[in-house]
Design a protein around this ligand. Structure first.
Ligand SMILES: [Zn+2]
Length: 414
C-alpha cells in the first residue's frame, strides 16, 4: 500500500475538518502558505479559524502576480517558515501546493492541502514538479498529511482553472492508450487494473461535463474526486505513466518554451487538453490505416538518422538539448536490428494496436468535450501560433524515454 493522506474530505465544512484534524493530531504549530487570490478564496477563513481555536499560526501570502514552483519561491517559503518544526498548510491550487510540498518535506515537516481549485491531478502525489534551471523536473517529496477540500470554494474557482482540471483528466484518454502501446511495442511496465481505474475516473468527468462547465458544486466535487483518483493511480504505480503520455510531453515542451522566453505561464490542464485533441487526431489517423497500408508503410519506412534527430533536438531545445539527448538515448542509439524487430512487432500486433486506438474518442469529440467544460480546444486559443503548435507536437516526445502514438507515427513515417 502506498502512502496516502491520513484524511480526505470534499464537502462544505473544510475549515472545520482542518481545525478538528489539527486538534486531534496535536499539530499546535502551523504555517499557512497562500497567494493573494487563494488567501481571499479560503486562506483568511482558515487562518481566522485556526487562530481563534488557539493554534500558533505563521503565514506567508505571496503578493507577486505569477507564482511559479521555482527556487525563488521555495526559498521565500523556507525563510518565512523560520526553521522550526511546524505543520505546513497549503491553501491554493497545484503550483502553490507543490512549492509547499517540497519546502515542508525538506524541512522534515508534514503538510496539509486545502485546495482552492480543481485544476490538476497532482494534489495527492508524492512528487513536486519544480522548475530547475529552466527545466521542469518532478522531485520526490511527500503526499499531503491530509486534504480538506471545500466544494463551494472549488466551484467558485475561476472557470479557466476548473476547465483545466477537466483537460488534465481528458488527457488520460490518450495517456492510457499510449501506455498500452508502450507495453505492446516497447516492453514498458504496465498495470491493467490501474489503467482501468484511471479510465473510470475520466468517464466520471465526461458524464458530468455540462455540470462542470456550469460550475455546479456536485459536478465539481466529482471532478475533484477523479483528479484525486488519478493521483492515487500514479502513487500506486510509482510513477506518472498512467497519467502522462504524448499529450503531457507536448504540454511540457510548451511550458518550458514559455519559461525560456519569459512569457506568462499557461495552466497545465489547459495545455494538456489542447494537446489531447492533437494526439487524438493521430489515433484517428492510426484507425484509418489498413493492415496492407501498414505493411507498405513499414516496408518504406526508414528510422530517422541520428544526426538529423540530434539537429532537430538542438533546434527545439537550445541550451537544454544536451540533457534531452541524454534522456532520449534508447531511441537515438537504436540498432538496425532493433528497428527491424520493432517494425515486425507493429505488423504482428496491428489488430491489438487498432483495438487500443479504438478506445480513444475522435479528436472532434475531445474538442467538443473541452468546449462544453468551458476550456480551450485549439493551440491558437492558448496563444500559440501554428509554428509553436507544431514545434510542441513534434519535439515534446523527445522529453521522455517512453513509447507513445507520436513515436508510432514517426516510425511509420506518416
Ligand atoms: Zn497532468
Amino acid at each position: 500500500m502506498t502512502y496516502r493522506p491520513k484524511a480526505v474530505t470534499i464537502d462544505d465544512r473544510a475549515v472545520e475538518h482542518l481545525v478538528d484534524f489539527c486538534r486531534a493530531n496535536a499539530l499546535d504549530k502551523l504555517f499557512l502558505v497562500a497567494d493573494t487570490n487563494t488567501y481571499e478564496a479560503q486562506g483568511r477563513a482558515v487562518a481566522d479559524a485556526l487562530r481563534s481555536a488557539g493554534f500558533d499560526l505563521k503565514q506567508l501570502v505571496f503578493t507577486n502576480e505569477e507564482v511559479i514552483a521555482d527556487a525563488a519561491h521555495v526559498f521565500d517559503v523556507l525563510i518565512a517558515a523560520g526553521g522550526e518544526p511546524r505543520t505546513y498548510v497549503a491553501v491554493g491550487s497545484g503550483t502553490l501546493t507543490d512549492i509547499t510540498r517540497f519546502a515542508s518535506h525538506r524541512s522534515h515537516s508534514q503538510f496539509i492541502s486545502v485546495p482552492t481549485a480543481p485544476s490538476v491531478d497532482g494534489f495527492a502525489s508524492i512528487g513536486a514538479p519544480l522548475i530547475i534551471h529552466g527545466v521542469k523536473i518532478s522531485v520526490y517529496c511527500q503526499a499531503p498529511y491530509a486534504i480538506f477540500a471545500d466544494i463551494n470554494t472549488l466551484a467558485h474557482a475561476p472557470q479557466t482553472m476548473i476547465a483545466a482540471g477537466f483537460g488534465d483528466m481528458l488527457g488520460k484518454l490518450t495517456s492510457i492508450a499510449d501506455w498500452r502501446l508502450g507495453r505492446l511495442l516497447w516492453n514498458e511496465p504496465y498495470d491493467e487494473a490501474i489503467a482501468q481505474r484511471t479510465l473510470d475516473a475520466v468517464q466520471i468527468c465526461v458524464d458530468n461535463v455540462d455540470g462542470i462547465g456550469q460550475d455546479e458544486p456536485q459536478a465539481i466535487s466529482r471532478l475533484f474526486d477523479a483528479l484525486l483518483e488519478s493521483g492515487y493511480c500514479m502513487l500506486d504505480f510509482g510513477e506518472s505513466r498512467p497519467a502522462s503520455g504524448a499529450e503531457h510531453h507536448t504540454s511540457h515542451y510548451w511550458e518550458m518554451k514559455l519559461l525560456r522566453e519569459g512569457r506568462p505561464a499557461i495552466l497545465h490542464g489547459a495545455k494538456v487538453g489542447v494537446a489531447t485533441v492533437m494526439v487524438a487526431a493521430l489515433y484517428d489517423q492510426v484507425r484509418a490505416l489498413s493492415r496492407e497500408e501498414i505493411s507498405d508503410l513499414l516496408e518504406a519506412a526508414t528510422w530517422p538518422a541520428r544526426d538529423a534527430e540530434v539537429a532537430r533536438i538542438r533546434a527545439a531545445y537550445d541550451e537544454l538539448a544536451d540533457g534531452v539527448i541524454a534522456d532520449h538515448k534508447a531511441f537515438l542509439d537504436i540498432t538496425p536490428e532493433e528497428v527491424e524487430a520493432l517494425k515486425r512487432r507493429i505488423l504482428e500486433n496491428w489488430d491489438a494496436i487498432q483495438a487500443i486506438a479504438a478506445q480513444v474518442p475522435p479528436a472532434a469529440t475531445v474538442a467538443e468535450l473541452l468546449q462544453r467544460a468551458g476550456g480551450p480546444a485549439t493551440a491558437a486559443e492558448l496563444g500559440f501560433d501554428d509554428a509553436e503548435r507544431d514545434l510542441g507536437f513534434d519535439s515534446g516526445h523527445y522529453l521522455r524515454n517512453r513509447f507513445t502514438v507520436r513515436k508510432l507515427v514517426k516510425v511509420l513515417g506518416v
